[in-house]
Design a protein around this ligand. Structure first.
Ligand code: ADP
Ligand code: ZN
Ligand code: ZN
Length: 826
């Protein structure tokens, strides 16, 4: 009797045993996928993690349906890393498996499959089975796996579906729902038959009587040559020639280019912007580090000879990226794989460009906005140790790729909270999980930040991590000069126009007159957060959530930022019918509008969640700002994330206070990080930048620490508070969230759990508390926080917690209460 132990892509903590034949037991290897029946009639893609001969004691093992892979597609190191994540973050191994794999590798019986819109299908290239599926989809818009089993009259259909996905004919359901369209750019290149000298002569002969066309072709040659050398000089990726550029440069029309394409002189092709293949030459200019950078590089290497993790604490624009590049170079030479983690997908495009200059096509990108085919492609490249993915840049999910020979992980902007996954499980922290992953490869980890998290800096100060610091900006650029504006005083003296102080207006005017750009930061989107009735004080709330609705003027709507609920802006109060409604607070949209009034001749842009939807929304705004098509950019914290603009001389913070008073033990740390990072966008070239921070609390310690660029003072103060109030790094925090539609049930249940926990755990347990937003999508919420002192075993505590949760779930009246655990919650 032979069995395979598998992980199912479901929220199940256990693994399951299926029976296999002896032949299958020889063929099947750990890390291959198998299709297995589960429940009454469902089929899932499971992952083999052990082949054994132990009959399960509690149930009759079902047979697997089929083996899906010819060789393992998941490595043993991955499996044990996933098991670590499941155990550390207290979630089901099935959750980790499902979160880690590109979903096209996880077909299941319920998956809806349809034909890709506007795909061209050459039916003569399809196998009989593939054709049958294709034909069925001409009648029906989508099919379930079950339907396809019926159509083909056989069970082993996953390979057929996979083939059709690979051939770009089918898509899975979730892709159809994706609203974004990849930005495609139209390029032309010379038909390869004209590549030779003879070809060139022929070409000129062909164009003898077509002057305009000849001119375009000649211009094409010039542009290609110029593009190549310029790219090398400017240290950036070489792009092929776009149709747009050619039309602009030659004052011609798209029609003439089209004629050239029809004549087969040019070939046109389309590329998705961030998947453009690097066609230029790798930069010939050697990257020369400054003395400061060299010193840091040596120091990091020293650390790595003794420790696995090093923090690079370098002020904004100190040239950390160039140090990463030098290190990457060395690991590349030793044939190692390198993982470069970024907090935000949107930052990848900028970075890919920079890295490809040095490493050409060895740079791959992996993130959740890629479609299935793209993700599978990178997955396979990493698995096969292909050179094309020797350096992988990605957001946190890139951590789950099948590395085999990982040598080096960079976690850039390590303080960013987006590295922690909030929902769904696994609620892992990519920085911490990266350190664990590196350990199993004996790889090194470099954490980089201008404003390290308190935890990381603590680890560096106490010797767990190495610490390397750079206190100067690259190229003698000065740190920005930060000036505080006291809003209380300005309002009192009537020196405000809308939300702009006289000083801010002066500075903006001065910057614009010098042809410099301005960034304005307001950490709230929308027009103004709330609408209030002047007569009775009523504020419209979301019907499903315990939050006031945000006013979006542009669409004349009230919108819930938690569940997406929208309603038209009311003309009168819903409570007293009064028509005297006023707005309170302000968001990016209102700032944008005030700007249009204050600076009617300037080009103004806005960057927030509302304007950056879609795959390339963010890049488009960044591009137009870089190209100076936008002079003043208003935005939320998206602006704070490691962007490099060279012409921004002024940064204005509209209001520093709303972050400061968040009821969260990290509020001061976050305010410091956010303000320092936004300020860091100012003056990244020769001229010293200026930052104006408007605040009601100019004397607040945190604001002062930002102004004087005193990270150490911020750290010391916060660390002291964390010790007194029992927070990380001195205590590990576990947040238990309970949700239920029935308010009374939730109250009883959360009190029950709280009491059991506080009686049985010999440590602080807080709660059950109503969070500030105590209802979302009609579910009430309660929170219990457990604080584990460093002296206590975390492993044992988690076992106790799990037992208590099990007994909680065993109480029938509590069974409908959903509980989630968030370890090290951010
Ligand atoms: P950080 O990541 O520390 O904020 P960057 O790596 O973005 O800083 O560097 C800031 C600016 O200085 C960038 O425009 C970068 O190109 C430039 N720079 C840094 N180091 C060098 C170097 N050694 N040679 C040329 N340019 C550099
Ligand atoms: Zn009213
Ligand atoms: Zn809502």
């Amino acid at each position: 009797m032979y069995f395979v132990e598998v992980i199912l892509p479901l929220s199940l903590a256990k693994t399951f045993t299926y029976s296999i034949s002896e032949a299958e037991s020889h063929y099947l290897k750990i890390g291959m996928r198998v299709a297995v029946p589960f429940g009454k009639s469902k089929i899932y893609t499971a992952l083999a993690i052990e082949i054994h001969q132990n009959k399960p004691a509690l149930y009759e093992a079902k047979e697997i349906q089929q083996i899906l892979d010819e060789r393992p597609i998941v490595t043993k190191i991955q499996i044990s890393h996933w098991q670590w994540i499941a155990s550390y973050y207290m979630c089901a191994i099935g959750d980790v498996y499902r979160g880690a794999m590109p979903s096209a590798l996880l077909l299941e019986s319920e998956t809806l499959i349809s034909q890709k819109t506007d795909s061209f299908v050459d039916t003569s290239l399809l196998s009989d089975d593939e054709f049958l599926v294709y034909e069925a989809l001409q009648q029906q818009s989508s099919l379930k796996v079950q339907d396809i089993i019926a159509i083909l009259n056989k069970k082993n259909i996953f390979p057929v579906i996979q083939q059709l996905i690979d051939k770009n004919i089918l898509v899975l359901q979730e892709e159809i729902q994706e609203t974004y369209k990849p930005k495609l750019i139209r390029y032309v290149k010379l038909n390869s038959r004209y590549d030779s000298n003879q070809g060139l002569t022929d070409l000129l002969e062909t164009l003898k009587n077509a002057n305009k066309q000849k001119e375009i072709v000649m211009r094409y040659f010039q542009l290609s040559a110029a593009e190549n050398s310029k790219a090398r000089f400017e240290n950036r990726i070489t792009m092929p020639i776009t149709v747009k550029k050619l039309v602009d440069e030659t004052n011609s029309s798209a029609a003439i280019i089209k004629a050239l394409i029809e004549k087969e002189i040019f070939e046109e092709y389309f590329l998705q912007q961030d998947r453009v293949n690097f066609t230029g030459k790798i930069s010939e200019f050697e990257l020369l580090l400054s003395a400061e950078q060299k010193k840091a590089l040596v120091a990091i290497k020293n650390v790595f000879s003794q420790k696995e993790v090093c923090l690079l604490h370098g002020v904004t624009s100190s040239g950390k990226t160039e140090i990463y590049i030098k290190l990457i170079e060395e690991y590349l030479e030793n044939g190692k794989q390198i993982l470069y983690l970024l907090p935000e997908i949107a930052l990848t495009t900028q970075l890919v460009g920079r890295l490809r200059n040095y490493f050409g096509n060895k740079v791959a990108v992996f993130h959740s906005k890629y479609n299935n085919n793209e993700r599978i492609e990178v997955w396979n490249q990493v698995l096969q140790k292909s050179e094309k993915a020797q350096i992988v840049i990605g957001a946190r999910s890139a951590l789950f790729l099948p590395f085999d020979n990982l040598g080096f992980i960079i976690v850039d902007e390590e303080h960013e909270q987006t590295f922690k996954q909030a929902d769904p499980a696994p609620r892992y922290h990519a920085r911490d999980a990266a350190i664990v992953l590196a350990h199993s490869f004996k790889a090194k980890v470099l954490l980089g930040s201008a404003t390290p998290s308190i935890e990381t800096y603590f680890n560096a100060k106490t010797g767990k991590f190495g610490l390397v610091e750079i206190t100067k900006r690259y190229g003698n650029v000065l740190m920005p000069n930060i000036e505080l504006v006291d809003l209380k005083e300005k309002y009192f003296r009537k020196k405000m126009t809308g939300h702009f102080s006289d000083i801010l207006i002066e500075e903006i005017t001065a910057a614009l007159s010098m042809g410099e750009q301005v960034i304005l930061f307001q950490n709230r989107r929308g027009y103004s957060p709330i609408i209030e009735c002047i007569t009775c004080g009523h504020v419209p709330h979301c019907q499903q959530c315990d939050v006031s609705l945000t006013y979006h003027k542009h669409k004349n709507q009230l919108r819930c930022h938690y569940c997406g609920y929208t309603m038209a802006k009311p003309t009168h109060c819903q409570a007293c019918s009064s028509v005297d409604l006023t707005t309170k607070g302000f968001g990016t949209e209102q700032i944008e509008q005030e700007l249009c009034f204050l600076f009617p001749n300037s080009k103004i842009g806005r960057m927030d969640q509302d304007t950056t939807r879609g795959k390339f929304g963010f890049e488009k705004i960044i591009d137009s700002f870089k190209n100076r098509e936008i002079e003043i950019l208003v935005g939320t914290q998206m602006l704070a994330k490691g962007l490099d603009f060279d012409n921004v001389s002024l940064v204005g913070v509209m209001n520093a206070d709303n972050m400061l008073y968040h009821p969260d033990f990290r509020a001061f740390e976050r305010t410091y990080q956010m303000l320092t990072q936004v300020a860091g966008r100012a003056g990244r070239s020769e001229k010293q930048g200026k930052v104006i921070i408007q605040t009601y609390n100019p004397d607040h310690n945190t604001i002062q620490q930002v102004t004087t660029n005193n990270y150490e003072a911020m750290f010391d103060e916060q660390l002291y508070d964390r010790k007194i109030y029992k927070y990380p790094p001195y205590y590990k925090i576990i947040k238990v969230t309970l949700k239920q539609r029935d308010f009374e049930k939730l109250k009883t249940g959360s009190m029950w759990l709280y009491q059991v926990m506080s009686q049985n755990l010999n440590m602080p347990v807080l709660g059950p508390e109503e969070p500030i937003i105590s209802r979302i999508r009609n579910e009430y919420i309660r929170v219990i926080v457990i604080k584990i002192p460093l002296s206590v075993s975390i492993g044992n505590t988690k076992i106790t917690i799990q037992k208590m949760l099990n007994s909680f779930e065993a109480v029938s009246q509590f069974r409908s209460i959903k509980t989630t655990l968030n370890i090290d919650f951010y």
